[in-house]
Design a binder for this molecule. Structure first.
Ligand code: EPZ
Length: 419
């Protein structure tokens, strides 16, 4: 795996339009869902990011043929060659767990390496396995692998003990080929799940309850090929809207669906930011000093944990004391140490970050610990005095398509070095 270092020269005036790419977290389950058919599938608007490349490589190792270029994936699972997801794949990207459900449903047997540890806290998969067992699967975990077997999954009535995005996606995909009807309750309702359901319906799946927390699926024998365009990435959207709040009001964020980041926009308005929406474009005005705020991360439509680190950077520039309570993951504050190296004044108490502003950030040497943390460091570097160097910048390229290029296009001064 190549790694990179990023150098950012701060305090450049930014102005222009940034276009949001397709959603990584919709592309990943939709790529896994192509296992559910033996016909050709075309996915448009797929972001060229590392996590998606890892998923595509995993599918090829299982038996897919096809290609991924110019944000288009053309893929065909006419047969399953090797129903295995290796350790190298699952250590690189945890979302390889999304292969388990569709592979078991299509092939009757799947051997998936347990997803690796994660910088943001426990990433358990007990709901995924419990739900598949409820559908009749025989599941064993040994030598770091999940071994799942089932002649044919059968419809079941399963209530998630807790809200899980990929848990919901895995079980919806598995149940599309089960015998009979499956009811899934207490499902996550993120837009990426709604987009996955739209995609599965286009493949011939029979699914009721799209957009709600109770999903009913009538199983089929096999799904058919189709073409689909992935929704825009709401986390990338929110990241660039926050960048606009930090670096000036001449930035237009394009290819947006504003309602996808409604919780962020509401928080920004409560801080005194003026939000301007014009179709799929979002721009902002910061008329005066922003006000501190109290924030909770919650499942959609609440404020997303994936924007917590980026908002933290903005709050370092707000006069007063703000708090963010991280309710989803138990260790998602690794960016705080790095921001404090720049001169931020953030204290952690349990799952609450207390951010005291205004801090005058200075460029320095930083380390990217995870995907969204790396984005918060880039945002900090854009407003810091002097040069910032970010090590382990591979993390950024896992989930943001060409962020340095997109920011340089509107006036930033960012260079990327392979190490
Ligand atoms: C998805 O992860 C996203 N990843 C994450 O985005 C996102 O942060 C997360 O949802 C929450 O919104 C993808 O969609 C590929 P969860 P996921 O299952 O599905 C607990 C990014 O930056 N839990 O909703 O792994 C779990 O420990 C990434 O793009 C169980 O206890 O998250 C966590 O505390 C980071 N048992 C909470 O639920 C389970 O079986 C939410 O996890 C599953 C989850």
């Amino acid at each position: 795996m190549d790694n990179y270092k990023i150098r950012i020269s701060g305090r450049k005036k930014l102005s222009g339009t940034i276009t949001v790419s397709g959603a990584k977290n919709a592309s990943l389950p939709e790529l896994a869902a192509t296992i559910l058919t033996d016909s050709e599938v075309l996915l448009n608007g797929v972001p060229d990011v590392e996590d998606v490349n890892t998923m595509f490589n995993a599918l090829e190792s299982i038996g897919a043929s096809g290609n991924f270029s110019d944000n288009k994936v053309n893929i065909n699972f006419s047969n399953i060659k090797e129903p295995v997801v290796s350790e190298t794949i699952s250590k690189t990207s945890r979302s390889s767990i999304l292969i388990l459900g569709p592979l078991l449903a299509r092939n009757g047997y799947a051997r998936v390496s347990l997803p690796g540890g994660c910088a943001i806290g426990d990433r358990k998969i007990d709901f995924h396995l419990e739900g598949l067992e409820r559908m009749g699967a025989e599941i064993k975990v040994e030598d770091g692998y999940i071994l799942a077997r089932s002649k044919r999954l059968k419809g079941a009535d399963y209530t998630f003990p807790g809200v899980s995005v990929t848990g919901t996606e895995n079980l919806i995909m598995a149940s599309t080929l089960a015998d009979g009807e499956t009811i899934l309750r207490n499902c996550a309702v993120e837009p990426e799940i709604t987009d996955l359901i739209t995609f599965l319906e286009a493949m011939g799946a029979e699914i009721m309850g799209k957009g709600s927390d109770t999903i009913r699926i009538k199983g089929k024998n096999i799904l058919k090929g189709t073409s689909h365009t992935v929704i825009p990435d709401r986390i990338e959207m929110g990241t660039y809207v926050i960048a606009a709040c930090l670096r000036g009001d001449n930035i237009v964020v394009k290819n947006c669906i504003p309602e996808y980041i409604g919780s962020l926009l509401t928080i920004l308005e409560s801080m005194g930011v003026e939000i301007l929406i014009n179709g799929d474009e979002i721009s902002i005005k910061v008329p005066g000093q922003l006000k501190p705020v109290e924030v909770n991360t919650d499942p959609y439509p609440g404020f997303p944990t994936d924007l917590q680190a980026q908002l933290t950077t903005l709050l370092t520039q707000v006069d007063g004391i703000s708090h963010i309570r991280e309710n989803i993951f138990n260790n998602r504050f690794k960016h705080v140490i790095e921001l404090n190296k720049m001169g931020a004044n953030i204290a952690i108490n349990g799952n609450i970050a207390e951010i005291k502003g205004v801090s005058d950030l200075k460029g320095t040497y930083l380390n990217a610990t995870d995907l969204r943390a790396s984005a918060s460091l880039v945002l900090g570097a854009l407003i810091a005095e002097g040069e910032t160097y970010i090590d382990n910048a591979y993390q950024l390229f896992r989930g943001y398509e060409d962020m340095p290029g997109k920011l340089n296009k509107i006036g930033a001064d960012i260079s990327t070095m392979k190490v």
